[in-house]
Design a protein around this ligand. Structure first.
Ligand SMILES: [Zn+2]
Length: 112
């Protein structure tokens, strides 16, 4: 599980994912792309071309083995990368949104 730099890395020949967790399509239908690579964990985005299902999976060292956690998502790989880079929502953002929702400009958009 550790590479030569002492960093966690899933071995390429380790068959953790052999089928789509949604539709059981073969591995060839899965697009697995690396999101984050840290010392003790890897996060990947998995997309199935057969059922169009997607998930974000986290694989981490857990004692002598590997643990995994999956989250079903409708985000594409590019969406996850994009939203991960964006700043967090601040108080000013909330106040601006609140003011915009109360403004006549917003109400005109709903009515028109
Ligand atoms: Zn599938």
């Amino acid at each position: 599980m550790m590479d030569f730099q002492g960093k966690f890395s899933l071995p390429e020949n380790l068959k953790i994912l052999t089928k789509c967790p949604f539709c059981s399509a073969n591995m060839e239908k899965l697009d697995v792309r690396l999101l984050q690579d840290m010392d003790d964990r890897q996060m990947v985005h998995i997309h199935c071309a057969a059922c169009l299902g997607s998930m974000i999976a986290l694989f981490l060292l857990a004692g002598p083995g590997i643990a995994s956690i999956g989250l079903v998502t409708d985000l594409s790989f590019d969406d996850v990368v994009k939203f991960n880079k964006n700043d967090k929502i601040g108080l000013d953002d909330v106040l601006k949104t609140h003011e915009f929702l109360k403004s006549p400009r917003f109400l005109r958009r709903i009515v028109d």
